[in-house]
Write a protein that binds this ligand. Structure first.
Ligand SMILES: *Cc1c(COP(=O)(O)O)cnc(C)c1O
Length: 453
């Protein structure tokens, strides 16, 4: 047997940018512009960090969703979920595109009124409606979506006093095959609570039952759950007709469609895993159309999707403050935005792109925010090219919930702009100031003065 030739071992560092299991480095292509507006120019003009919305993307998402449902079902109405993003400029784009408003508190209700949404086009959801909230909604003829029996009784009382028959729907929760069950809102389908509430409404004769509502969860990746929910709501509607000779006007399927963000711990990227809006539409519309309605009695289908319509239209721009090495040698980069304005970083691995050209090397990096808090981690581990202090970054898909759930904590919240179809950035919320925060504080006389010696 011939002796094998000795070859000395070579150790060579892997230059990343090579293929990994998801493909090439394309995730890290620099993003220098958003809809034609320069990232660096916007940061110069409005300060860093900065939220940026794409008008084009919002309208495109809304039109795609409308098309998906309207091509499959004859009567469709969208209602914009205010809590997902209630910046007035964003709400108004949805209203311009024909969406009603879907609100879950008096604060959101009043916001919709101030935006000019007619009362009868504001769907009032949520478990917390005071008598005054109910009376206001009754006066404005807003559909009130009842969450629990106590609300049903109080509403009946207010309606009796006001001598009007308010338009109501009840919220239904049910087993859609997704666990844990979302059963804290509304009346349960399987255990008879839903029928109990419907029978009570019909027996009292004091409320005008116009709809049935469900919102089965959020970031739902099963379209079949929507098929099941649509079938169960349709079953209630058809039986209402038989039992009480009542034809409801609408079935509201809520929201919860997943956006393309990647959940933490997910093996696949969101974009490769979540169903398209067409697939949600197919499940829901198939469920309703095959449920057995007479074709002239098909209820209007109302939809309240939030995150799927706005997430990818929002970006967060920021700046590198510094780099450092942790005690174990890992690279850490400190950014000028933290989890207080990027709340969704607790459950998503956000895609992050440098905003300037860079070489082909990358290094695993932990991204910290600027807060003096251990939990302020934007990404636990992301392969990024070396970034220097002053370099800029773009975080993708932050349009849903980050603004509405942002916290004023340690630092002030940033400005928000929207880029229009001519690539011009318009301010839609100015940067918070110290005066904004102090505005609501009060100083009792006895605490006014002190002497430090
Ligand atoms: C939050 C909410 C929505 C929107 O949910 P998404 O997950 O953002 O689509 C719709 N309807 C109701 C009742 C809600 O509470």
């Amino acid at each position: 047997m011939a002796k094998k030739l000795y070859e000395r071992p070579i150790i060579r560092p892997l230059t990343s940018g090579l293929m990994n299991k998801f493909g090439s480095r394309s995730e890290y292509l620099p993003v220098t512009h958003i809809d034609g507006a320069s990232v660096k120019d916007m940061l110069k003009e409005f300060g860093s960090p900065l939220f940026v919305f794409s008008e084009r993307q919002v309208r495109e998402n809304m039109r795609n969703a409308k098309r998906a449902f309207e091509t499959r079902y004859p009567k469709v109405q969208f209602a914009w979920s205010y809590k997902t993003n209630y910046l007035n400029a964003i709400c108004n784009i949805f209203h311009q595109e024909g969406s009603w408003a879907e609100v879950v508190s008096r604060f959101e209700y009043d916001k919709a009124i101030l935006n000019g949404v007619p009362g009868d086009k504001i769907l009032f959801n949520g478990p917390d409606k005071t008598d005054d909230d109910l009376r206001t909604a009754i006066k404005n003829n807003s559909p009130i979506h009842i969450d629990h029996l106590d609300e049903l009784y109080r509403l009946t009382e207010q309606a009796t006093e006001m001598k009007v028959k308010p338009r109501v729907a009840i919220r239904i929760n049910m087993d859609t095959g997704i666990y844990p069950l979302w059963d804290r809102f509304g009346f349960n389908y399987e255990n008879g609570q839903a029928w109990d509430a419907l029978n009570k409404i019909m027996a009292s004769g004091k409320l005008n039952l116009v709809g049935l509502h469900a919102h089965i969860g959020t970031y739902m990746i099963s379209t079949n759950a929507y098929y099941v929910a649509a079938t169960k709501l349709a079953d209630l509607a058809i039986n209402l007709k038989q039992k009480h000779d009542t034809t409801i006007q609408y079935i509201d399927m809520g929201g919860g469609f997943a956006s393309q963000n990647t959940l933490k711990g997910s093996y696949l990227k969101g974009a490769d895993m979540v169903p398209s809006v067409n697939e949600y539409a197919e499940a829901i519309c198939t469920g309703l159309i095959n449920a057995g309605f007479k074709s002239n009695e098909l209820p209007t289908l109302i939809l309240e999707p939030g995150r799927v319509l706005i997430d990818d239209a929002g970006f967060l721009l920021g700046t590198v403050i510094a780099n450092k090495r942790l005690s174990d040698g890992r690279k850490a980069t400190i950014l000028d935005f933290g989890v207080n304005i990027l709340f969704t970083s607790f459950w998503y691995d956000h895609k992050i792109s440098p905003a300037q050209e860079f070489g082909m090397h990358t290094e695993d990096t932990i991204l910290y925010g600027p807060l003096c808090m251990n939990i302020d981690v934007i990404r636990e581990n992301v392969a990024l090219p070396p970034l220097n202090a002053g370099d800029n970054l773009v975080v993708h898909h932050v349009g849903a919930y980050d603004i509405t759930q942002s916290m004023q904590f340690i630092s002030l919240r940033p400005a928000v702009v929207i880029v229009d179809s001519m690539s011009k950035a318009h301010l839609i919320k100015r940067k918070e100031t110290l005066q904004d925060i102090q505005h609501n504080e009060a100083m009792p006389e006895f605490l006014r003065s002190f002497k430090l010696s």
